[in-house]
Design a protein around this ligand. Sequence first.
Ligand code: 5GP
Length: 192
Amino acid sequence: MQVVPDTSATPPAWAAHDLGPVVISQDHIAARVHELGRAITEDYAGDPPLLVGVLKGASMFMTDLARSIELAVDLDFMAVSSYGSATKSSGIVRIVKDLEADLSGRHVLVVEDIVDSGLTLNYLRKYLEARKPKSVEVCALLLKEGEQRVSLDLRYVGFTIPPTFVVGYGLDVAERYRNLGGIFTYTGPGSH
Ligand code: 5GP
């Protein structure tokens, strides 16, 4: 197989206009996702978790992470919409798509794209705990430095990043840029 260079460190031409520098390249994401997968494989060896991916932002992370876990995990997805401005959440969350799986007596591992204020996750955790799972833990790809407004217990974190608005690898602005392989600073309309 041909070795492909890491071109994800620079934004592709179709997206370059609204993007700043790369925050995490595709190669770095892949390496870290593998490490997280290994840690989860060890930690849950006796009792594989139900992975709960939060749509749509965690879609890429969820599918890559699931393939890095060498256990018989089950996958389910939720979709939430959080009220607020385009780039800030309010903590008021609406469940747009609920889980299909029964959580009682199971280990649940929530797979999130990014934790900013922590309000969305705080709401989700309470919502899931009410369904009597054995445990609820969180695996977040990104954690924004110094932005949390609630205390969070994140068992797995991929990367801690500065508090700028980012896109790529599942993260969007108005549904755009989710298909970028790397994660980039967004500098287009609405950014500040
Ligand atoms: P929180 O409730 O923690 O403030 O916000 C979490 C949600 O806001 C994330 O799941 C994500 O949908 C969105 N979000 C927060 N920061 C960013 C960011 O930098 N980029 C994008 N695209 N979405 C973000």
